[in-house]
Design a protein around this ligand. Sequence first.
Ligand code: CUA
Length: 329
Amino acid sequence: MRTRPLALIGLVACLALTAAGTAAAAGGGFEPVSPHSPNDSRIDTTYWFVFGFAVAIFILVEVTLVVFIVRYRSRGRGREVEGAQVHGHARLELLWTAVPVLILVAIAVFTFYELPGIKNVPKATAAGNQLDVKVQGRQFYWEFLYPNGAVAVDTLRAPQGRVVKLDVTSPRFDVIHSWWIPALGGKIDAIPGNTNHTWFNADSGTYPGRCAEFCGLLHAAMTSQVQVLPAAQFQTWVRQRAANPTASGLGRETFQGTCAKCHGMQGQGGVGPALTGNPLITQPAGITKLLENGGVTMPPVGRGWPKSQLNALLDYLSKDIAKQGSGGG
Ligand code: CUA
């Protein structure tokens, strides 16, 4: 009789370990993505620290449960007969009060130790070594404004190995969005008329993210990515984008970020009406007004844009989208 509960416990433990091992090996959706910025490393460390306690408590509770089910089963005792009565156990009661308190204290201390490194932008080691980018959450795209006047939509290019500070906000006429690139840090809300800050310092690579606050019909289309480039490559890009927005592809980028999500990638229509063949496409004044004021269900996507961005989009619409309406060319 003594061997059976032990065998059962062993079986349950093996199953749990196998499942956990498989999940961990495959990522399994349980693990956070690998961090690529110091603040995200700290979030990751905190996650695993808390997870360790959670796993230990889970195993303790489940094993105890199984042991008690087996050990204190009725063994043919009549249903009306009371089982063995257990009365107070001072030492045990003290233990199960004190241990959880200690665990909570440990988690709190650890979290508050990691928090400043997650929240605070690190002091730049040398003056001018930090890049400030203004990030605007808009229905339904991300707008990035660089200090030199460069503008980008949905893809944030950044230099490798440099602190990039993000001032995240949303226009007063817009709604709340949430900036989230899992590999580069936690979520930060883009609140109309209020500016929040976050930062990253990443190695080169492309890190996908998405808006993490339900913000309307096209919330799911509000994806973004951070492209971290070698310093020289970034400098080249940011100079070209500021000097010649149209030639550097801002028109296409703006179209894909702000128009295509509703009107189709080629302007063929979708949630919104088709743009191809629409006479408005070739009327800059009309489009400008529509972008500025929005339509019946269309948000004012272009309100507050720098002139350079508006011109780049108008150029793209008249050259690339209008042509498709007239059978390509
Ligand atoms: Cu923006 Cu969801």
